[in-house]
Design a protein around this ligand. Sequence first.
Ligand code: NAP
Length: 281
Amino acid sequence: MPSRIRTTTLPSGEAVPVLGQGTWKMGEDRRRRADEVPALRLGLDLGITLIDTAEMYASGGAEEVVAEAIAGRRDETFLVSKVLPSNASRAGVMRACESSLKRLATDRIDLYLLHWPGTVPLSETVEAFEALKVAGKIRHWGVSNFDTDEMEDLVGLPSGGNVQTNQVLYNLSRRGPDFDLAPWCRKRGIPLMAYSPVEQGALARNARLEAVAVRHNATAAQIALAWAMAQDGVIAIPKASRQEHVRQNTAALDIRLTSEDFVELDRAFPPPTRKRGLEMI
Ligand code: NAP
């Protein structure tokens, strides 16, 4: 991993990059594969070795794109995938994991997440995750779209304390987690994985961010990423199918926002002053 790639530590003690690569919308159109695969490979070359995918994305198509991108490079990749809540029963998790492994053309997933809370008792899903760990099919597990009360319930379960991350919608325009979820996770050393960190492209066109960006000879999207990655224990996972975006996102690791920048960003995107329910995309 190039030295400029900052890392954060999972509760397991393993270091992971604070910048990863998302894959939602990849694998939907075969003609775009010629862009998607090289973009992910470039990310690996640049040291963004954490790749986030899910069985849901393109109904498994995104996992197949990832398989092509990491072919021959599995050991340098930290692979994250997700199981749908409708597959979260013990048998369902086992089946879903096998299918993901097949599509990913690998024998293990590094971090396997429950995509969002569902109706299957959480204790059953956690048991299934633990069984997958014992079988060597996954190395770690975590959750996604869990609010603070749901995290509290989770860590109260047998083995629930083995959760390694909570992946949530978090960016300058979605600061709800700053009120209590992010501090809750930080206190317990559980990294927050920030999805849609450029608000699906919207923050790349934001004038308030552009005003900060000019001071750093950067783009608005890079400022949005630099801000997310400056938060203690946050991993940002932008999706980029253009190589230019992959390069810019990696370069955002070198941006050091000043206290003046943070004040200006707080003014443009005020932190929450009361609890808001966790938003989802
Ligand atoms: P995002 O990463 O905020 O935005 C992706 C969009 O931003 C794409 O259109 C991309 O363009 C563009 N972009 C990327 N880098 C850019 C740059 N430097 N400058 C300008 N534009 C840039 O949105 P997202 O895909 O929703 O979220 C990221 C990942 O989080 C997903 O791919 C997925 O892996 C994960 N996610 C998880 C959940 C969940 O429920 N757990 C929900 C949503 C997302 P190009 O593709 O054209 O390069």
